[in-house]
Design a protein around this ligand. Structure first.
Ligand code: HEC
Ligand code: HEC
Length: 376
């Protein structure tokens, strides 16, 4: 009899524990307290991340201090700010860098695809330029090796500013009001292509994202992440595999990966990195975007195909996209191949919500700036 009661109690306890476990799917953890204990310490002591051998990995971390401008550089950046906001850098005098990189929109534009010269729609989504100083190569396909090169391409692009860069110095020099600003920046008022590009590049280096609750957590204020967000952080580093590409203090490995949206041989085809390297292995690869403030820079992906974040996470859960290889492409060496780092994840709805909650902890107020008065 006693034995029967004992067994019944044991059974009830076990049932309770298993339900409790189902209730909180912290994978290998019994409770959120256990999980918090593992994360409320320096990141070197965190649970090991789930990484494939090909992943280029640095641990997640607090935001880095941005470059500090020297006293000499400050007037150059101030000039760069005017040029960034000046539509006279475009052939139509209508489009400036700030048409598409808008401070209140976290320095992106909230459009699916960028709209530029004479209302022409481009082929790619405008990325945020917050923290552009960390990038080694610019654009989704990394075709520019410096901010100067990137700017030159943006200025000349026929669906962006469509301005001949070699004609630009004379055009700017003809605006009398700029003279004193070039003099202040460079010692004399000569306008050259390099001076224009260096000034805008220096200004771009000052556009950064603000510290987030995640950064405060990393510095030891553990109250800054909710239980759900700590759960999301753990999933991000383990079961959900995000860390294989979104790593380091800016949540990017700065590498290129194919997520399955090349639209091969279709109207929207974008061969991505392949257009630059001409290596078959690079077909459809795009640069991993950083994830700071990512919840505020939708629609997402290089063609803005995801209108909400739930669909992004849902697609990752499903293993993204593997294009069907028709018979005619069987021997085609350029047929796009989805990254082997992308796998089906088997995340529950609760786990998907936890990841989104974690992404919210990477949000901060955008850096708003006072618009410069443009020289006449
Ligand atoms: C018509 C909209 C538009 C205008 C105008 C524009 N951009 Fe962009 N910008 C984009 C788009 C779209 C991309 C991505 C293009 C690509 O990857 O092919 C981009 C990419 C960038 C990047 C690369 C970011 C990264 O992480 O790789 C930087 C930096 C940038 N733009 C700065 C500028 C500056 C500076 C100007 C002015 C000289 C400018 N843009 C003008 C839409 C625009
Ligand atoms: C194989 C590397 C890889 C893995 C793993 C990965 N990502 Fe990405 N992520 C990328 C690349 C590359 C892009 C851009 C793809 C494109 O535009 O075609 C991207 C885009 C995104 C975007 C949209 C960013 C923007 O500005 O448009 C979000 C959000 C995102 N990833 C979150 C995640 C999350 C959350 C996980 C884990 C569930 C994850 N990623 C796993 C490489 C990866």
């Amino acid at each position: 009899m006693n034995r029967a009661i004992y067994l019944a109690i044991l059974l009830i306890t076990l049932l309770f524990l298993s339900f409790h476990r189902l209730d909180h799917t912290y994978s290998e953890y019994q409770s959120i307290e256990d999980l918090r204990r593992d994360y409320q310490r320096p990141s070197a002591l965190w649970p090991a991340p789930t990484l494939d051998s090909t992943a280029v990995f640095t641990e997640l971390g607090a935001i880095l201090s941005p470059p500090v401008l020297t006293e000499k550089e400050q007037p150059i950046a101030a000039l760069g700010k005017m040029l960034f906001y000046d539509p006279r850098l475009s052939s139509s005098n209508q489009i400036s860098c700030s048409t598409c990189h808008i401070d209140t929109a976290h320095w992106a534009d909230k459009q699916t695809l960028a709209v530029g010269h004479q209302g022409l729609v481009g082929t790619r989504n405008t990325p945020s330029i917050e923290n552009a100083w960390i990038q080694r190569e610019l654009f989704w396909d990394g075709r520019a090796n410096s901010l100067q090169e990137q700017q030159m391409m943006s200025i000349e692009n026929h669906v962006e500013m469509f301005q001949d860069i070699d004609e630009l110095p004379a055009k700017i020099a003809a605006i009398k009001g700029y003279k004193k600003h070039f003099k202040k920046a460079y010692g004399n008022s000569t306008v050259t292509k390099d001076r224009i590009l260096d000034a805008i590049a220096l200004f771009q280096k000052t556009i950064v994202s603000n510290p987030t609750p995640f950064d405060a957590f990393m510095k030891g204020d553990y109250t800054q992440l909710t239980d759900q967000q700590v759960h999301g952080l753990h999933l991000f580093r383990t079961k959900a595999r995000c860390i294989n590409c979104h790593s380091g203090p800016y949540f990017t490995d700065l590498q290129y990966h194919n997520e399955g949206f090349t639209f091969y041989k279709r109207k929207r085809e974008d061969l991505g990195r392949y257009n630059i390297t001409h290596k078959a292995a690079d077909v459809g690869k795009m640069k991993t975007p950083g994830l700071r403030n990512v919840l505020h820079t939708g629609p997402w992906f290089h063609q803005g195909i995801f209108p909400n974040i739930e669909s992004v996470i849902g697609m990752y859960n499903a293993g993204m996209n593997t294009p069907f290889r028709r018979e005619e492409y069987k021997h085609d060496t350029l047929f796009p191949i989805t990254s082997p780092l992308i796998k089906r994840l088997g995340l529950t709805k609760e786990e998907q919500r936890a990841i989104i909650a974690f992404l919210e902890s990477l949000s901060s107020e955008p850096m708003l700036i006072e618009k410069p008065k443009l020289p006449k």
